[in-house]
Design a protein around this ligand. Structure first.
Ligand SMILES: *Cc1c(COP(=O)(O)O)cnc(C)c1O
Length: 366
C-alpha cells in the first residue's frame, strides 16, 4: 500500500487529470502565456466565488501581500501590526518596503491575532494591520476592522491558508478592505507552481494593484506612471486552477468531514483545534497540541505517518527580524503553542482506512 501523504497532490491530479490537461493544452496551443484570456476568466470566477468586485491575479501569495502594501504606499518609517505566528511572508513584505512589523500576541483558541491586544501596539506611525487566517480559520474581523476604523488604519486579510473558509457566512478573501491569497501547491486551492490573488471592492486600490503588478503601467505597458514590479500570474497556472475549480467546494466539504472525524475520534490526551461557531475552516492544516510533541512526532513517523510543525519558531524570534529587538517571553501564548503544536495529514484524498490508521496511531501514543 502507498504511504500516507501529508498532502496528496498526485491523487488529486489523477482524479482531475482530463480537465486540467485540457486547460493547460489550450494555453500552450494559444501561446497566450502572459496574461492570456484564462487569467481574466480565473479572476472573474474567483472574484464572484468570494463575493468581491475586483480580483487581481499575481505571481504568489507573497507578491499579493506586497501589491496590497504598495497600493497603500507603505514606506520606511511606517509600522504595520501583525501576528508573530504565521509564515515569514506575512511580515517579510513589511520589512522589504522598509517599514516595521509590530507583532501582537495571538488568541490561544484560534491561533489568530488577538484583536484586544492591537490597541496597545498602535503608535502615530501605525498605518495598518495584516491579520492572518491561520490553518484555514478566519481571524476575528468584526473586532479587527473595528479597532482599525477607530484608529484610521487599513486591514489586509492574509487568506493564504483560508481560501474556501467562511466567517459569519462570508467567504474568506472578502473580510477586509483588501485581501490576499496564495495558490502555492499545498494550500487549500493550489496550482502547479507559484500563484496568488488580491481581492478588493475598492476601485482605486484595484487600479493601483493592477498597475503595480505590471511595472507601474499607465494606459499601456510602455507608459509607466509609478514604480512597480513584475508580479503577473503565469497563464498556465491559471489553467491549472480553472481545471481544479469545479471540484473545489467538494474538497472543502471533504476536508471538513475528515476534520470532524479527527475531532470526534482523537483521544483527549491531545489538545484538538477549536473552530469558532461563526467560522467554517478551509482546514489548510489540522493541528493538535501535545506536551510531548516531539515524542509524538517520532512515534507517528515510525508508523509511517507524516506530520509537520507550523511553526516551530515564531517570527519575533527569527534571526531575520533580530533588529526589531524582540526577545523570548514577549509573546507567551504564541511561544507556548510553537512548542507543542503538530499538524496531522490533511487533504481531501485521504481514504477512510488512512484516516483510521492516523487516528488509531495517535490514540496509541500514551
Ligand atoms: C503560504 C503563505 C504565504 C505566502 O504565499 P506564497 O504563495 O508561498 O508566496 C503568505 N502568508 C501565509 C499565511 C502563508 O501561509
Amino acid at each position: 500500500m502507498k504511504n500516507i501523504q501529508f498532502v496528496d497532490l498526485k491523487r488529486q491530479y489523477d482524479a482531475y487529470k482530463d480537465y486540467i490537461d485540457l486547460q493547460i493544452k489550450e494555453v500552450i496551443e494559444s501561446t497566450s502565456f502572459i496574461m492570456g484570456p484564462k487569467i481574466k476568466e480565473l479572476e472573474d470566477i474567483l472574484g464572484s466565488y468570494v463575493g468581491v468586485k475586483h480580483a487581481i491575479s499575481c505571481s504568489s501569495g507573497t507578491d499579493a501581500l506586497l501589491l496590497a502594501l504598495m497600493a497603500y504606499a507603505i514606506a520606511p518609517g511606517d509600522e504595520i501590526i501583525t501576528t508573530p505566528f504565521t509564515f515569514i511572508a506575512t511580515a517579510e513584505v513589511i520589512s522589504l518596503l522598509g517599514a516595521k512589523p509590530v507583532f501582537v500576541d495571538i488568541d490561544e483558541t484560534s491561533f489568530n491575532i488577538n484583536p484586544h491586544l492591537i490597541k496597545n501596539a498602535i503608535t502615530d506611525k501605525t498605518k495598518g494591520i495584516i491579520a492572518v487566517d491561520l490553518f484555514g480559520q478566519p481571524a476575528d474581523y468584526h473586532e479587527i476592522n473595528k479597532v482599525a476604523e477607530e484608529n484610521k488604519l487599513f486591514v489586509i486579510e492574509d487568506a493564504a491558508q483560508s481560501f474556501g473558509a467562511t466567517y459569519h457566512g462570508k467567504r474568506a478573501c472578502s473580510l477586509s478592505e483588501i485581501t490576499c491569497t496564495s495558490f502555492f501547491p499545498a494550500k487549500p486551492f493550489g496550482c502547479y507552481g507559484d500563484g496568488g490573488m488580491v481581492f478588493t471592492n475598492n476601485d482605486q486600490l484595484a487600479d493601483l494593484c493592477e498597475s503595480i503588478r505590471v511595472h507601474g503601467k499607465g494606459n499601456h505597458k510602455y507608459d509607466n506612471i509609478r514604480i512597480g514590479i513584475n508580479a503577473r500570474m503565469d497563464t498556465i497556472q491559471a489553467a491549472v486552477l480553472l481545471g481544479k475549480f469545479p471540484h473545489f467546494n467538494m474538497e472543502i466539504d471533504k476536508r471538513n468531514l475528515i476534520a470532524d472525524i479527527y475531532q470526534n475520534e482523537l483521544g483527549s490526551h491531545v489538545l484538538k483545534p477549536k473552530i469558532l461557531d461563526h467560522n467554517v475552516s478551509a482546514w489548510a492544516q489540522y493541528c493538535i497540541r501535545s506536551q510531548r510533541r516531539d515524542e509524538l512526532q517520532a512515534f507517528l513517523n515510525k508508523k509511517g505517518i507524516p506530520t509537520a510543525i507550523y511553526y516551530p519558531k515564531p517570527l519575533h524570534l527569527q534571526e531575520a527580524f533580530s533588529d526589531l529587538g524582540y526577545k523570548a517571553g514577549d509573546f507567551p501564548v504564541c511561544e507556548n503553542i510553537a512548542r507543542d503544536i503538530l499538524a496531522l495529514p490533511m487533504h481531501p484524498f485521504l481514504t477512510n482506512h488512512e484516516i483510521d490508521t492516523i487516528v488509531e496511531s495517535v490514540n496509541q501514543f500514551t
